[in-house]
Design a binder for this molecule. Structure first.
Ligand SMILES: NC(=O)c1ccc[n+]([C@@H]2O[C@H](COP(=O)([O-])OP(=O)(O)OC[C@H]3O[C@@H](n4cnc5c(N)ncnc54)[C@H](OP(=O)(O)O)[C@@H]3O)[C@@H](O)[C@H]2O)c1
Length: 290
């Protein structure tokens, strides 16, 4: 039996991972969730009663170090924060300094190894820092989530998908699938020193995505690819911080240039089943877009 610590457990990927772990009928490991407040701990325990919770803030070294006590494996899901590098360094240092951690699963981003855009450079810093330790590292590099499209729901409700990806294609991915991949990695052997590149199952252009909405919703959804300034303004107006909005514009441009236009086999291999398509995602969440 292993003690598995999940950092970022209360977030989207954290919950998806917990759900998949507890869905395993043969789960023999003990799961520990690191969360930032007692309130979040209670919310998680309500949904996952067997879970142990530890209240920890990466920016508070004493709580960070304590959260590693007796831990064998770590899954570190980075927060959506500008200081991704500093956080990764602090978490990896704490894992190295604990006497118990052997395996470290690092949540990263698709294409991190090219360091072509801000998000890639932020995550690659943590990957490299981890690779220079004696820990058994594994990188889980994920692409644009299907769930991100909830952020575009208002436009879709009004009849258009405004996504600055031009004619470029990419393969959007369902977070629930990522959670199951993470749960499989955490509960099996053979993942040391591997980087998994995780995309969704099909290459889609913005026009393909809009036509998926058209088919499922039964009404015309146009595709509009706004210019960078318009995308930036609309992200800032919906509450995104500047660094993050600029990072998203960079990412959309990379998609527009077809620089992430591939379907990786890694996700399906980790799941042992086909990945969830965008059509299935939209069908399951019709009400949010109608
Ligand atoms: N959206 C995409 O398409 C995409 C694709 C690839 C990668 N990513 C990145 O992948 C990562 C995971 O995504 P996600 O949606 O699961 O993120 P999320 O829902 O924001 O979860 C991140 C978790 O990190 C925790 N956290 C933040 N700061 C912390 C701190 N100082 N100490 C301890 N915990 C802290 C948060 O805690 P609280 O719950 O207390 O806030 C949250 O639970 C993010 O960095 C995201 O940007 C996103």
């Amino acid at each position: 039996m292993c003690n598995i610590l999940i950092i970022g457990a209360a977030g989207l990927n954290g919950r998806a991972t917990l759900t998949s772990l507890y869905n395993k009928s043969d789960l023999s490991d003990h799961i520990i969730a690191a969360v930032r407040s007692e309130e979040k701990a209670q919310q998680l325990k309500a949904d996952y009663p067997e879970l142990e919770t530890r209240v920890m803030d990466i920016e508070d070294p004493s709580t960070l170090n304590q959260s590693f006590e007796g831990v064998d494996k770590v899954f570190y899901i980075t927060g959506n924060i500008e200081q991704r590098e500093e956080h990764a360094k602090a978490v990896i240092d704490a894992a190295v300094n604990s006497s118990s951690v052997k395996d470290f699963l690092f949540y990263s981003v698709f294409g991190a190894e090219y360091e072509a855009i801000l998000f890639g450079r932020q995550f690659r810093y943590g990957e490299k820092y981890l690779e220079n330790t004696n820990l058994n590292w594994t990188h889980l590099r994920t692409i644009f989530f299907q769930e991100n499209l909830f952020g575009w729901a208002e436009g879709i409700k009004q009849g258009a998908l405004y996504l600055g990806t031009g004619e470029g294609k990419f393969a959007p991915l369902l977070v629930k699938d990522v959670g199951e991949m993470a749960a499989n990695i955490l509960t099996s052997q053979g993942h040391a020193h591997k980087a998994y590149n995780i995309t969704g199952p099909e290459l889609l252009s913005g026009a393909d995505i809009a036509s998926t909405f058209t088919d499922v919703l039964g009404k015309d959804i146009a595709f509009v690819s706004p210019d960078n300034a318009t995308t930036l303004d609309s992200l800032l107006n919906t509450g995104w911080s500047l660094w993050q909005a600029e990072g998203m514009v960079e990412l959309l441009n990379l998609f527009a240039a077809n620089q992430a236009a591939m379907v990786s086999p890694d996700g399906e291999a980790l799941l042992g089943r086909p990945l969830t398509t965008l059509k299935e995602f939209v069908e399951s969440n019709k009400v949010a877009f109608a």
